[in-house]
Design a protein around this ligand. Structure first.
Ligand code: NAD
Ligand code: UDP
Length: 346
């Protein structure tokens, strides 16, 4: 019997790629999503890639009794909790939304699971949580290790750290919980089929979707936020990780927890930093056309440089990122050029 893995937010960008990786690894993923930031057309795409029609529970992770019924019906061996909101700028303007969705949503999910377990309706699943490298804030040194000081610099990052802490308390109270916290660096790229990818609504905040929308002609030019950072070309440096590598990291985390590995907190990154201009030039190679850009002032709150030390994930999970920046850009371009309007055009 192939173990069931419940993916909250499984219709979203990272969740949909993890769905594919889990199927390839022999698991049976089930999606729980309210489609507040995703499109139902992703389900057909997942069916085309995997050859199986995804099981999808449509609803809100904040609806605790309903989530309990989902857990009771599917008795997942593991739950991967992607559902949440993720825009740093919006979290500054609407912090309470972020606390409600990210902290409240995680609380609701954990309570629903514990209630199902206490009612004898489901075994305690392993739990994997989507955290973020922004919990480190502006790091003292790179590469950033998991032991680096935690200085969340936005309400978004603070909510993620609060959930990490809540999970720590839940494990103390109930040592049978096995919890993997994954701190992602900068996920980019798309599945190599070009059928699923990142589909932000409105003007993209993040670099790679903005660059790909410029390349496809949806936007005129990129603004490069600052070229006077203390980096080799003056632009900000980040650790971009291919979303399919990230998805495979989740499979490795689930596998380790199901094999009895105690909980862990791990960076998921490549260990390699790339500048904004590195990304622009790699994208130009991928799409074969220029990506017009202009230098603009620094974006408030941005840090000059951070990239992961991914050694611990390699040691504990036997996982490491394999795909480089050129592959990330080529796959982003295949998705973007094949779906210029994202899923809405599907
Ligand atoms: P996404 O918005 O594409 O996916 C999130 C999914 O959760 C969406 O399908 C959305 O409809 C669903 N969702 C949101 N609130 C919900 C709710 N209350 N109930 C049910 N479903 C709900 O985001 P993503 O990029 O795939 O990110 C997934 C997770 O990873 C998030 O928790 C995010 O904070 C975290 N993360 C993302 C990044 C990144 O750069 N993409 C980096 C670090 C961490
Ligand atoms: N960036 C940019 N123009 C954009 C969006 C991003 O120059 O339109 C830069 C940003 O200043 C940072 C890098 O690209 O140096 C990555 O930004 P992103 O928002 O993708 O990730 P984060 O800053 O959250 O790590």
């Amino acid at each position: 019997m192939s173990p069931t893995i419940l993916l909250t937010g499984g219709a979203g960008y990272i969740g949909s790629h993890t769905f594919v990786a889990l199927v390839e690894a022999g698991y049976t993923p089930v999606i729980l999503d309210n489609f507040s930031n995703s499109h139902p057309a992703v389900l057909d795409r997942l069916a085309r890639i995997t050859g199986m029609t995804p099981v999808c529970e449509r609803g809100d992770v904040l609806d605790t009794p309903w989530v309990q019924s989902v857990v009771t019906r599917h008795t997942p061996a593991a739950v991967v909790h992607f559902a949440g909101v993720k825009a740093v700028g919006e979290s500054v303007a609407q912090p309470l939304k972020y606390y409600r969705q990210n902290v409240g949503g995680s609380l609701s999910l954990l309570q629903a699971i514990e209630s199902a377990v206490d009612a004898g309706a489901a075994p305690l699943p392993a739990f994997v949580f989507s955290s973020t490298a922004t919990v480190y804030g502006d790091p003292d040194e790179v590469p950033v290790r998991e032991s680096a000081p935690l200085r969340p610099s936005s309400p978004y990052a603070q909510t993620k750290l609060t959930v990490e802490e809540m999970l720590g308390c839940a494990v103390v109270a109930r040592p049978a919980w096995r919890v993997g916290v994954l701190r992602y660096f900068n996920p980019v790229g798309a599945h190599a089929s070009g059928l699923i990818g990142e589909d932000p609504s409105g003007i993209p905040n993040n670099l790679m979707p903005f660059v790909s929308q410029v390349a496809v002609g949806r936007r005129e030019r990129l603004s490069v936020f600052g070229n006077d950072y203390p980096t080799p070309d003056g632009t900000g440096i980040r650790d971009y990780i291919h979303v399919q590598d990230l998805a495979e990291g989740h499979v490795a985390a689930v596998r380790a927890l199901l094999a009895g590995q105690p909980g862990f907190t791990l960076n998921l990154g490549t260990g390699k930093g790339s500048s904004v201009l590195d990304v622009v030039h790699a994208f130009e190679r991928a799409c074969g056309r220029p990506v017009p850009y202009q230098v603009a002032p620094r974006r408030p709150g941005d840090v000059a440089e951070y990239f992961a030390d991914p050694a611990r994930a390699r040691e504990l999970l036997g996982w490491q990122a394999r795909r480089g920046l050129d592959e990330m850009c080529a796959d982003s371009w295949r998705w973007q050029s094949g779906n210029p309007a994202g899923y809405a055009g599907a």
